[in-house]
Design a protein around this ligand. Structure first.
Ligand code: AMP
Ligand code: TRP
Length: 328
């Protein structure tokens, strides 16, 4: 059995970048409660600035978004990271085998650290906790967006180093691999940077049709299309990449032809996209309304998930302690 693990920060509502880059894959990959683990990584979220009451709300909203997007508690284990103390415990263990230089080379760390005057240690050791998340469950398949590929490389390095020191005859931890979707990196509405909550260039998975249209209408397209009669290149247009994710194949072809020949203006193209998106997002919004109306359902699902996760996590820590000389 090759386990699946992935995590997402409790940023509140999912956005369509998270959905297309990762969570849609999670929904497809659900194989069973013992083989598929998904985690709302609330301990990772402590490395950013936050308000206590906000975090409480965002954790809950993320859980609702994930269930609405199609995670099925009968076919996966969904839980909050902080409910399974072994994540932080194994992260400490991994801190003792992780070279500082590897952490300082992580792009996400360099990006975030460069924007702060005083850098907290948790930002640097963030990928060590991530390696612990995955390896606690011996997961080898990790469905993520492209921005996480470097962190997974480091997870493999940490597994190798720990194995070399403490399990040299037979590797104990496997080397986890990323699973990417066709939309490995969705650009934001500005067309300039990755879609990301912190950049305010997102479309929320649960936004209404009207809210989405207000964002799509002014969104960046191929800059060559100044006037309606200017032909464009669909492959460089972010709206086209969203069509590929949300529209039927025949619609995607029609869009490409009408962009190249200037048969449509960008607004027409966006109207068709808004229709396609509504087809995918309306059922998700409906489920979110239903689930949101039963807060105790969400709490129960996540508590049950944490109970299952803890069973596996405890066994891993027992073996780790034994191999490291921490038992009698
Ligand atoms: P985060 O919200 O940073 O915790 O990301 C959760 C998951 O969504 C990770 O697997 C990311 O790689 C993925 N992701 C985030 N933003 C994007 C994006 N703009 N395009 C594709 N995948 C993304
Ligand atoms: N760092 C990931 C992100 O920002 C979230 C994450 C934490 C994660 N632990 C993980 C992803 C383990 C995959 C596996 O998106």
């Amino acid at each position: 059995m090759s386990r699946i693990f992935s995590g997402i920060q409790p940023s509140g509502e999912l956005h369509i970048g998270n959905y297309l880059g990762a969570v849609q894959n999670w929904v497809r990959l659900q194989e069973g409660r013992d083989s598929t683990f998904f985690c709302v990584v609330d301990l990772h979220a402590l490395t950013g600035n936050y308000e206590v009451a906000d975090l409480r709300r965002r954790r809950h909203e993320m859980a609702v978004s994930l269930l609405a997007a199609g995670l099925d508690p009968e076919r996966c284990t969904l839980f909050f990271q902080s409910a399974v103390p072994q994540h932080a415990e194994l992260a400490w263990i991994f801190n003792t085998v992780t070279p500082l230089g590897e952490l300082e080379r992580q792009t996400q760390y360099k990006d975030k650290a460069s924007r702060q005057e005083s850098v907290i240690t948790g930002l640097l050791t963030y990928p060590v906790l991530q390696a612990a998340d995955i390896l606690l469950y011996h997961a080898v398949r990790v469905p993520v967006g492209e921005d996480q590929v470097q962190h997974l490389e480091l997870s493999r390095e940490i597994a190798r180093r720990w194995n070399a020191r403490f399990a040299s005859d037979m590797p104990y931890f496997p080397e986890p691999q990323p699973l990417l979707t066709p939309v490995r990196r969705l650009m934001g509405l500005d067309g300039q940077a990755k879609m990301s909550k912190s950049l305010g260039n997102t479309i929320g998975l649960l936004e209404s049709r009207e809210q989405i249209w207000d964002k799509l209408r002014p969104a960046m397209t191929d800059p060559a299309r100044q006037r309606k009669t200017d032909p464009g290149t669909p492959e460089i247009c972010n709206i086209y990449s969203m069509h590929r994710a949300f529209s039927a194949e025949s619609t995607v072809e029609t869009v490409a032809v009408n962009c190249r020949t200037a048969g449509w203006g960008c607004i027409e193209c966006k109207k068709v996209l808004a229709d396609s998106m509504e087809g995918v997002l309306l059922p998700i919004r409906r489920r979110a309304m239903e689930i949101g109306a039963q807060p105790s359902y969400v709490t129960d699902v996540l508590e049950e998930g944490a109970t299952r996760a803890r069973t596996t996590a405890q066994e891993t820590m027992r073996q780790v302690y034994e191999r490291m000389g921490l038992t009698d």
